[in-house]
Design a protein around this ligand. Structure first.
Ligand code: GTR
Length: 452
């Protein structure tokens, strides 16, 4: 039984200790208890997603500072040796699924380099990583830009992209992916093959010149190199290629889903970056938007080589507190994206309270490294308040290290960045990764990595 406690002495309506009787009434009285005993969902029962704060049910979060056997976590040692591995394991077994280790034969080759890219402002390098070792196996292409003027290794932002490396900038030197990509409404992709008209279509999400001018490099990989994003996409990706059964593989409930495959790919990108002499291996900042923000959080949790982790509007299954049942819910994820999470996660459709973890613990797995959560005011599907509260609650673990987390107790106004070792903002506008978001992330990275 996972310990449930109210946290940190801050009694909030959404975070209270519940007596058994309160739990009964929270489930809708005795009738709710009966429903839950026969296995029917009892939580928010309106139709469609809830966007009304008043309808957020009372809930109790699992306590990051109490081990499964009840041992309190009062020291870093107990956190690092017992509780942290336990939480990581729970996320693996119940949410994202188990991934394999690095294939022993994995290797890479630099396939292209231009030391005079972007009008002389950048070094551009493209690296093919042969993930299984053989050329018949899966290949991941990493695009790297570095500031041309750099005289020493640079800190680098690393993020997966949605549509191919050539979409992040119109630079005609970037190779167009030959992998499966989703068709788009603009017709820049024909029968799941990218055409040259898709060059730079995602450039507004990747302010490359600005990142370089601030002294950072940018590394990016197309998520579809690891696994194309559709339910059968695993057959074209690493989840099939690394299984002896190939496309006949039958997944056990705790085996990896697509998000874990994308996160695994980020660690493989890190394997390369650590060997690049123009990259500072202690300055690799993970960044991800939305579903790829979920992947960034999971990669950052699993792999302590990442110096700083940024989750932009990662929402449900990412930074947003599941138990609030606000906006997207577990059942929505599993219905619309049955390939993203491990099989066992499906048990938690409409049973958020039974999940042994919640997202504040995912964020806490970054400790003591800096982590930043970004929301947007119109992105209610991703539950901005749930993202804020998770970032806030993760602070108890940072305190074990003498580090201040968010340093506020209420959500900041729209357009204001807050936080010390845990950063947070809510930007005005819709679901997106904008230049304004990037400015906050660059400032936060400056505070912790001092690139200049
Ligand atoms: C939505 C999904 C979200 C989020 C988003 C995105 O359809 O419901 O969880 O990941 O996609 O990735 O843009």
């Amino acid at each position: 039984m996972v310990p449930y406690l109210s946290m940190d002495g801050r009694q909030r309506r959404e975070n209270r200790f519940h007596s058994p009787w309160q739990r009964v009434s929270r489930r809708g009285g005795l009738w709710g208890l009966v429903l839950s005993m026969v296995g029917l969902p009892t939580a928010w029962s309106g139709t469609g997603p809830n966007y009304d704060e008043a309808k957020v049910p009372a809930y109790t979060l699992p306590d990051p500072l109490t081990c499964l056997d009840g041992t309190p976590v009062r020291t870093r040692r107990v956190w690092e040796q017992r509780r942290r591995p336990e939480i990581l394991w729970l996320f693996e077994e119940h949410v994202y699924g188990r991934a394999p280790t690095r294939p022993p034969g994995m290797w890479w080759e630099v396939i292209e380099e231009d030391r005079n890219a972007l009008g002389g402002r950048a070094v551009r390098r493209e690296v093919s990583v042969w993930l299984r070792g053989d050329r018949g196996g899966p290949r991941m292409d990493l695009l790297l830009y570095l500031p041309a003027a750099a005289t020493r290794p640079r800190p680098v932002f690393l993020g997966l992209n949605f549509m191919g490396n050539h979409t992040v900038h119109p630079d005609p030197g970037i190779r167009i992916t030959d992998h499966w990509v989703p068709n788009d409404r603009r017709g820049t992709v024909v029968e799941n093959r990218a055409t040259s008209s898709s060059r730079g279509v995602a450039a507004s999400n990747w302010p490359v010149e600005r990142i370089l001018a601030r002294g950072y490099g940018l590394a990016t990989v197309y998520c579809g190199d690891l696994e194309p994003d559709f339910p059968e996409g695993w057959k074209l990706g690493v989840r099939a290629a690394l299984s002896p059964a190939g496309t006949n593989h039958v997944f056990a409930p705790e085996e990896w889903g697509a998000i874990a495959a994308w996160a695994w790919g980020l660690s493989r990108a890190m394997d390369y970056l650590q060997t690049d002499r123009e990259v500072d291996p202690r300055g690799v900042v993970l960044i991800g938007h939305s579903r790829l923000g979920k992947a960034a959080l999971w990669a950052g949790a699993r792999d302590p080589r990442f110096a700083l982790v940024i989750a932009n509007e990662s929402g449900e299954g990412g930074a947003a507190l599941t138990r609030r049942r606000f906006g997207e819910r577990i059942a929505d994820l599993n219905r619309r994206f049955p390939h993203w999470f491990c099989g066992r996660y499906k048990q938690y459709d409409d049973r958020e309270d039974d999940l042994p973890v919640d997202s504040h613990e995912l964020i806490a797995l970054m400790a003591p490294r800096p982590v930043y959560v970004g929301s947007a005011s119109e992105d209610l599907w991703a539950d901005p308040r749930g993202e804020f509260l998770a970032a806030l609650e993760a602070g108890v673990v940072y305190r074990l290290y003498g580090r201040r987390g968010l340093d506020v107790s209420e959500m900041p106004p729209i357009g204001q960045s807050v936080g010390q070792w845990i950063g947070y903002h809510i930007r005005a506008g819709r679901h997106d990764l904008t230049a304004w978001d990037w400015e906050q992330y660059l400032d936060f990275a400056d505070r912790h990595l001092r690139p200049r």
